[in-house]
Every structure is written in C-alpha cells, then in structure tokens.
Write a protein that binds this ligand. Sequence first.
Ligand SMILES: NC(=O)c1ccc[n+]([C@@H]2O[C@H](COP(=O)([O-])OP(=O)(O)OC[C@H]3O[C@@H](n4cnc5c(N)ncnc54)[C@H](O)[C@@H]3O)[C@@H](O)[C@H]2O)c1
Ligand SMILES: O=c1ccn([C@@H]2O[C@H](COP(=O)(O)OP(=O)(O)O[C@H]3O[C@H](CO)[C@H](O)[C@H](O)[C@H]3O)[C@@H](O)[C@H]2O)c(=O)[nH]1
Length: 331
Amino acid sequence: MNKNVLVIGGAGYIGSHTVLALQEAGFSPVVYDNFSSGHRDAVFSEYVVEGELADRARLAQAMRDHRIGSVVHFAALIEAGQSVIEPLLFYRNNVASTVSLLEAMQDAGVTRLVFSSTAAVYGNQTEAELLHEDLPVQPINPYGQTKAAVEAMLRDTAAASGLKSIALRYFNASGADARARTGERHDPETHLIPLVLQTAAGEREQITVFGTDYPTEDGSCIRDYIHVSDLARGHVAALEKLLATNEDAGSFTPINLGTGQGYSVRAVIETAKRVTNRSFTVVESDRRPGDPATLVSDPSRAHALLGWRAEHSALDTIITDAWNFMNRGMS
Ligand SMILES: NC(=O)c1ccc[n+]([C@@H]2O[C@H](COP(=O)([O-])OP(=O)(O)OC[C@H]3O[C@@H](n4cnc5c(N)ncnc54)[C@H](O)[C@@H]3O)[C@@H](O)[C@H]2O)c1
Ligand SMILES: O=c1ccn([C@@H]2O[C@H](COP(=O)(O)OP(=O)(O)O[C@H]3O[C@H](CO)[C@H](O)[C@H](O)[C@H]3O)[C@@H](O)[C@H]2O)c(=O)[nH]1
C-alpha cells in the first residue's frame, strides 16, 4: 500500500489534525498549501510544498516528486456568509481550482482522493430528522453549492475514468488536539464554540444567540458537533478504504462524519460556562440568514463502510480541548 499522501490545505484547522492522525497511522503526509488561512506552525509533515490549488503543473510535480499514492483535499474558502457576498470568488477557489487538481491527478496517475464536503450540502430538509447521504443535495448558500458542485464533478469523473473518491460530509467541526499541538485559529472567527470561549476568556464582551424562535426545544438552532480529532481519524479510515481496493473502475461515495446527537446553541453556552467555570454575558438577536434550524447526522454509513464512529465528541470533551488549546502555554 502506497502511504504517501498529498494533503492539500494541510496547514489549516482540520488539515493539521489530519496530518497528525495520518502520521500516527503510519502514513507519510506531504502538505501542499498556499497559507492563505493556514498557519506555518501548524505544518507537522516532514515535507511541505507552498503552492496554489489552481496550479496544475506544480501539483502534478509535487505528486511525482513525492511518489504520491493518494490525495486529501481540504483547501477551500469556508465562510458561508462571505460566499453570499462574493460567490464568484468561492466558485473560482473551491470549484475551478479543484478542476486543476483533478487534472493534475490524471497527469501524475493518482487515482484516490478524499474530499472535504459539508453538511451544508443538505440545506433545509423536511423529510428526515437525521440527515442521511441518500437525501437530495439542496444547499441554501453559495458555499454549500460549491461543495455540491465538486461532489458532482467527482461523481462524473469516477464514471469516466478510474478516479476513486470519498466525500466526507463533516457536521460541525470543533475542539482541538487533546495535547494542544494544534487547534482552531480562523480569522475572522465565525464558529460558535471558539466565539463562546473567547467570551469566557474576556476577549469578547458578549456572545449572541442568533435566533430564539426556531422550532426546537429551547428555540435556538441545533447542530451536531464533531471533534476535529474524530474527523481526522475519519480521513485515515477513508484513505485506507480507498487504498484497499484494486479495482480499475472509478467510484464516488459521500459519507457523513457526525455523532448523530444534536445540541442547541443555548446548551453549548451552558456547557461552556460549566466547563470553564466562568460566567459571561449572553444576548439574544434575530436569526442569522441562511441558518437551517437543525442539522444532525445519521452516522451509520461511516460505521458500515469505514468502521468509524465518533469517540471523542462528547460536548464536554470538545469544549475542554478547545479551551485548553486557547489557554496553551499559560500556567
Ligand atoms: N470548519 C468547519 O466547521 C468545516 C465544516 C465542514 C466542512 N469544512 C471543510 O473542511 C475544509 C477545511 O476547513 P478548515 O476549517 O480546516 O479551514 P482552514 O481555513 O483552516 O483550512 C483551509 C486550508 O486550505 C488552504 N487553502 C485555501 N485555499 C487554498 C488554495 N487556493 N490553494 C492552496 N491552499 C489553499 C488554507 O491556507 C488553509 O491552510 C474546507 O474545505 C471546508 O470547506 C469545514
Ligand atoms: O455568535 C454566534 C455564532 C453562531 N451561532 C449559532 O451557532 C450555530 C453554529 O454556528 P457555526 O457558525 O459555528 O456553524 P454553522 O452550523 O453555521 O456551520 C458550520 O457547519 C456546517 C455544517 O454543519 C458547515 O459545514 C459550515 O461550513 C460550518 O461553518 C448556528 O446555529 C449559529 O446561528 C450563534 O448563535 N452565535
């Protein structure tokens, strides 16, 4: 089994945790990143190539130089709100540039790919309580549309060539490495848990609950928070699955990575108060545009196909690890 993996976007939040998990599983990751939002001190691989996702020749050269057997593709713009304002930027970076990657893989003869997709591809579903992969894809913002477009591209390419890919549809990535080697450092930060913890630390005056009139038990939105180290293990399992097959035919498989358990915004805030032992100001405001009321996964396919289950995603663990990362280096 060729265990040399090109990790595109490996200097980012989920990518850096995945590089650590790959190393622990005996893979040799090579990070490829343009450092637009990634961090140089979050590169844990022996080799790193600075480059653009759109640069087909550089990607193909990196694949040949490092005798790459598979690719994990994290590189994307990720903020749904910004995607509404600048959709073309998202289509260029997330979709058009991924065409270059697939061409580079063909140039270098690499046929296995794990792609970062998202629960945002489901949009608002009314038919099912738990979101399963056979539901129709119907994103409600351009960010989700770009992920759905790449999934379609992977499905079409699989049918036409030998590309074997898995799209991992992450639910709400959160938490940090238990040893605080890496963690969440988005700028600007828009995700609930880091914002709540910045408020607990006194770096923000207050946390706002976006919407209190949703059709949920306490009126706030419900999400499925999945520990980033569980996500990282999911990538290792997906790569092992792809590398285990010797078939020539292409394939495309979307797989949810979530816990199957949802928590409301208010529950997250209360848990953060208890875990950090800090009190802070909570205010309520209108709904944030584009937020579905509830997004909770049906995680059964990941277990059936990959033998994967969330193991570190209790809300207390997620918040403890994120808090410890934020306070790393402090005694
Ligand atoms: N964070 C979440 O909650 C979440 C949820 C679902 C899906 N995802 C997806 O997971 C992936 C990783 O998310 P993240 O939170 O780690 O984001 P991140 O911004 O921390 O990481 C993205 C990495 O890709 C690099 N990158 C971006 N554009 C590039 C380009 N054109 N060329 C080369 N490198 C480029 C960045 O420098 C960064 O290192 C993304 O594809 C995102 O859409 C994230
Ligand atoms: O200050 C805040 C920030 C967020 N929220 C709420 O907290 C919940 C979680 O919001 P996040 O911004 O942390 O995450 P999202 O659910 O909006 O989106 C994340 O998870 C999705 C999948 O579930 C997509 O993948 C998306 O890219 C990723 O950012 C939402 O109901 C949001 O309205 C607040 O109430 N106040």
